[in-house]
Design a protein around this ligand. Structure first.
Ligand code: PLP
Length: 393
């Protein structure tokens, strides 16, 4: 059965060009980049090239790039480094809709001596910058706010808030794991101090990421060891993966136009057709300020997990907006923070596309999903009740 993969915010397929670029560094070119001999030296040169490609994608300079093992490590490193660099400051600001890589760390820090402000979002998943400004104080060490939400694709006004945070003297970090490679990002234009990215969200390998650290930002290493990464992260470099991430960044830069036109066209077609064909279906989040590849759609009165299982029968891979917590299905923290009603949050599905999706695949989903929802609703007492209620009015 053909797989129709529309779960690219979970992970992406490694681009064939990336794989090809990585392959020689597992076996033939296995030298240590720190070695004095030229066998290692040629690897060091290739790493330098990869770092240039990462920097170029986000308008940074290569020595502002710290390579890490994943987006989670980048997020953790940024927040912990800021706290360690400003030991007298005990306040952190973040949002309620961050990825667990930030949210769970902040919750942990809140239990261990820090004061954390979790900013709310509105029904469309938007942040009110005034909520942030009024919470900023001389005690704020770091503000960590994601660029784009992994579940809804809603983007926060990073350009607007980053400069205000900087004026107040706090470090500004953004988790841009879902944004990098999907929209243009230029560190020359936006005064972010630190930015996280991850290889496997942009057709690079899993288990490799990077943290952009603006020149002049105080930093304290998380991994203390050798001189690698200019002393900011000890450990022999994950050579092939760094080269893969570099290549993925180069390709992402080339595909930004396509991502924003063709992928957006496919996403919009999928969304518009599903909303039109399926009663009581609604998009979660601000449709204007959103990543071009993501849509979160709620189908009221059905379980997201049931929809996923039935789509799976046709080879369609997506995600639901609920997770199994202690044996019961809980709507995601993002949809809860947005105040999406329970009946809708439970039946929410995230479709996230990539440049590898075709119009034929989108048409296939548009054909298969409406009868799936209809069948599930025939079995749903809540749907039947809601229809009876409407008829009585
Ligand atoms: N931040 C966001 C917004 C994400 O979507 C993810 C992964 O889903 C991460 C961080 C974590 O990245 P990684 O899987 O590379 O640790």
């Amino acid at each position: 059965m053909k797989v129709v993969y529309v779960d690219n915010n979970a992970t992406t397929q490694v681009a064939p060009e990336v794989l090809e670029e990585m392959a020689p560094y597992f076996h033939d070119l296995y030298g240590n980049p720190s070695s004095m001999h030229s066998f290692g030296g040629q690897v060091a040169a290739k790493l330098k090239e990869a770092r240039h490609k990462m920097a170029s994608l986000i308008g940074a300079s290569p020595d502002e790039i710290l390579v890490t093992s994943c987006g989670t490590e980048s997020d953790n490193t940024a927040i912990r480094a800021a706290l360690e660099s400003y030991p007298d400051k005990k306040h952190i600001i973040t949002t309620r809709v961050e990825h667990p890589a930030v949210l769970n760390l902040c919750e942990y820090l809140a239990e261990n001596g820090y004061r954390v402000t979790f900013l709310p979002v509105d029904r469309q998943g938007r942040l009110n910058p005034e909520d942030l400004y009024k919470n900023l104080s001389d005690d704020t060490a770091i503000v960590s706010i994601m660029w784009a939400n992994n579940e809804t694709g809603v983007m926060f006004p990073i350009d607007e808030i980053a400069s205000v945070v900087q004026e107040k003297g706090a470090v500004f970090h953004t988790d841009a794991v879902q944004a990098v490679g999907k929209i243009p990002i230029d560190m020359q234009q936006i005064p972010v101090d630190m930015l996280s990215l991850s290889g496997h969200k942009l057709h690079g390998p899993k288990g490799i990421g990077a943290l952009y650290i603006r020149k002049g930002t105080k930093f304290s290493p998380f991994l203390i060891g050798g001189h690698q990464e200019r002393g900011r992260r000890g450990g022999t470099e994950n050579v092939a993966y760094i080269i893969g991430l570099g290549k993925a960044c180069e390709l992402a830069a080339e595909h930004l136009g396509e991502e924003n036109k063709r992928v957006k066209y496919l996403r919009d077609k999928l969304e518009d057709e599903l909303i039109e064909r399926i009663p009581s279906a609604m998009v979660n989040g601000d449709r204007e300020r959103r990543l071009p590849n993501t849509t979160s759609i709620s189908f009221e009165y059905v379980e997201g997990e049931a929809i996923l299982l039935m789509m799976n029968e046709f080879g369609i891979c997506a995600s639901s907006g609920s997770a199994c917590t202690s044996g019961s299905l809980e709507p995601s923290h993002v949809l809860r923070a947005m105040g999406v009603p329970f009946t809708a949050a439970h039946g929410s599905i995230r479709f996230s596309l990539s440049i590898y999706n075709t119009e034929e695949e989108i048409d296939f989903i548009i054909e298969k999903l409406p009868p799936i929802i209809e069948r599930l609703r025939e079995l749903s007492p809540f749907w039947i009740q809601s229809k009876m209620g409407a008829a009585a009015l």
